[in-house]
Design a protein around this ligand. Structure first.
Ligand code: DLZ
Length: 160
């Protein structure tokens, strides 16, 4: 998560591996779409500016963050991608849904990373309010979509 000392969009381009020839799957949630569209678009722009071809990026949407687990799982099992970025935004409300969704998505995506060979990048913003989400989706603290793209580029660049 971003902090006052860490802007999500700041990275040293000389240390980011090229994405040339890589295939990426992006799955994003429609819930809180003002935020998730900005995250998705940030991720796409950063991938392209680091060598990934637009036609090598496959983008799928799901209704809410909980469905990211299914979407990412299907993408992993297809074996078509070098990395998958899962993007969602959960904002704390007055119901326990926040904790259930955050825990569910975290556990689900973690399981994919343990059980399969395709890195799944955690692009879930979890905030107390809308302002904090805006700050992390192209606002004062950068864009977590950019950070996810850079993370994917690093993860794909190594033989494991
Ligand atoms: C139900 C729900 C709630 C309360 N809040 C959010 C949220 O802040 N962000 C989000 O991405 N999705 C939310 N959802 C929807 C769930 O993720 C899921 O789509 C539904 O529970 C149906 O499975």
């Amino acid at each position: 998560m971003a902090t006052e000392l860490h802007n999500l969009s700041e990275y040293d381009p000389t240390k980011v591996p090229s994405g040339k020839g890589k295939k990426i799957g992006i799955v994003y949630a429609e819930w809180n779409s003002d935020i998730t569209y900005a995250l998705r678009d940030g991720a796409i722009a950063t991938l392209i500016s680091n060598g990934v071809k637009r036609e090598e990026i496959t983008i799928k949407s799901v209704p809410g963050s909980f469905e990211l687990i299914y979407g990412a799982s299907q993408m992993v099992k297809s074996n078509k991608y070098d990395s998958i970025i899962a993007i969602g935004c959960v904002i704390r409300g007055d119901t326990p849904h926040f904790d259930y969704i955050c825990e569910g998505v975290t556990a689900g995506l973690s399981k994919l990373n343990v059980e399969y060979n395709t890195p799944v990048i955690f692009g879930l913003i979890t905030t107390n309010n809308l302002q904090q989400a805006q700050e992390r989706s192209g606002g004062r603290l950068g864009n977590k979509g950019d950070e996810c793209a850079v993370t994917a580029l690093h993860m794909m660049s190594q033989e494991w």
